[in-house]
Write a new protein. Structure first.
Length: 172
């Protein structure tokens, strides 16, 4: 069986779920709003990946325009909200952007991510992912969702591609 690191050199597209991956999964209710917390180190890694010409896509079942706006401001190519069938959304994105399954690293944490994770070149999950997701993930981050798991897999991918800690990307 091949190590997931053998597939990282081929990755051009990073796809993330939001709740439980980019966030710790907690939802705070404030008045009539749902509030989520995104980690600044994960956010920096997304910006850095974009500077290194990685495509960053988001597929989430959530419906937060604030989260969408934040991720687009970080450089995400597209944020797909209300994705009840993530595999269908993934296939649409693949057709739209012309990438192959082997070029994709997908990080998910729960059952709606299962079908996509079985198709991609590298599937990853946070340490606190659902047991069914851990069972199929090529890589389990030692970090929980919303606590550097995204940074972890981005950094690993870019290190293998010799794109991490490059002077030209450190200055905005």
């Amino acid at each position: 069986m091949r190590s997931y690191k053998e597939n990282l050199p081929h990755i051009t597209t990073l796809i993330f779920d939001v709740d439980g991956v980019l966030t710790n999964g907690d939802v705070t209710l404030y008045k009539d709003e749902v509030v989520r917390t995104l980690n600044s180190r994960d956010a920096y890694a997304i910006q850095y990946a974009v500077k290194m010409n990685m495509r960053v896509l988001i597929i989430t079942g959530g419906n937060s325009e604030a989260v969408k706006k934040r991720l687009l401001n970080l450089g995400a190519t597209e944020v797909c909200l209300k994705s009840s069938n993530k595999l269908s959304v993934y296939e649409d994105l693949k057709a739209k952007y012309g990438f192959e399954d082997g070029e994709v690293m997908y990080m998910g944490d729960d059952l709606p991510d299962h079908a996509v994770m079985q198709k991609v070149g590298v599937s990853a999950c946070p340490q606190d992912a659902a047991v069914e997701i851990k069972a199929i993930a090529d890589y389990q981050s030692p970090f929980n969702g919303g606590r550097h798991a995204v940074r972890d897999i981005i950094e690993q991918t870019l290190r293998v591609q010799d794109k991490w800690f490059k002077e030209e990307a450190l200055h905005w």
